[in-house]
Design a protein around this ligand. Structure first.
Ligand code: SAM
Length: 275
């Protein structure tokens, strides 16, 4: 959808404007129900430059490479699996047109589908389902989490694995989401220098965090801000939600080195199996 900055404000179920972008010139393209940082082509194009290869990729590839069929919810990781030599059946799903356009341009040997994970029903199963890059935190309430876990269950073979991660709320990562601590300068695929930073706006107990990401093109001065909300789900409750959905948690890690979850570990990395 093409939209002006004003029309990018999309109310959620409880009328909190969580998907909003404003810009200094012209228009940005965004989807109604995803953050402009992912829906808008121009912003999604910067994502890979900001999220370069890391230890999380090594962790996921150890699960991805032996699996003959993989469904990835919140796309991107499957490009890296292909680069690493995966020859199997790969399906990537994302509701954001911008992120899908980037993925499609990189790999035409992955099946890319535009959909929200909650409503997905492909009528088939996979050995592995993944949700990487903290995409799970885009699910802002229990209804969304339950819907996604049900979708995962119906797309897994018995014994198949669901691997995902969410930031550990005890580590309070949002306290470091200040312009000073997050400012990064990257080069876009078009060769432009883009300065990007996050700015915490509001913590909404019990578990929602609102923040704004600013993208500033140095050469032209073009600036876009994208407002987002993430959920920092309580780990004990998350375990219950997985169990209720027929997913048994086999692995529970606090970081990509497979260390335990503690009050300071950054992640909650879950390896679950369909019962
Ligand atoms: C932080 S990015 C992570 C991208 C990629 N998985 C990675 O590892 O870099 C979050 C992604 O989740 C997607 N997303 C948001 N809501 C979603 C939903 N309901 N179902 C599937 N994907 C969703 C966004 O569009 C975005 O592409």
């Amino acid at each position: 959808m093409r939209a002006t900055a004003a029309s990018l404000v999309a109310a959620t179920k409880n009328d909190v404007p969580r998907r909003r972008a404003t810009c200094s010139h012209g228009v940005v393209t965004a989807d109604h129900d995803v953050s402009p940082a992912y829906g808008a082509d121009r912003l999604a194009a910067v994502y890979d430059a900001l999220n370069t290869w890391g230890s999380s990729d090594e962790f996921y590839l150890r699960h991805l490479m032996p699996a003959a069929s993989v469904l990835d919810l919140g796309c991107g990781m499957l490009c890296r699996a292909r680069v690493a030599g995966h020859r199997g059946d790969l399906v990537g799903v994302d509701p954001a047109a911008g992120m899908l356009a980037v993925a499609r341009a990189k790999r035409d040997d992955v099946a890319w589908l535009r959909a929200r994970a909650q409503a997905l029903d492909l009528g088939r199963t996979f050995e592995l389902v993944t949700m990487t890059g903290h995409a799970f935190q885009e699910l802002l309430d229990d209804d969304d989490v339950r819907a996604v876990l049900a979708a995962v269950h119906r797309h897994l073979v018995p014994g198949g694995r669901f691997v995902f991660e969410t930031r550990n709320p005890a580590a309070r990562a949002w306290q470091r989401w200040t312009p000073g601590q997050t400012r990064a300068t990257v080069r876009s695929p078009a060769g432009d220098e883009v300065v990007v930073w996050h700015d915490l706006r509001r913590v909404r107990p019990p578990d929602l965090v609102d923040y704004v990401t600013t993208f500033h093109w140095r050469g032209t001065g073009y600036t876009v801000t994208s407002a987002s909300t993430l959920r920092f789900v309580d780990p004990v409750w998350l375990n219950t939600l997985c169990t209720d959905a027929g997913l048994r948690v086999d692995g529970w890690y606090g970081d990509w080195d497979r260390s335990a979850v503690t009050a300071t570990s950054p992640e909650i990395i879950v390896v679950a199996a369909r019962v």
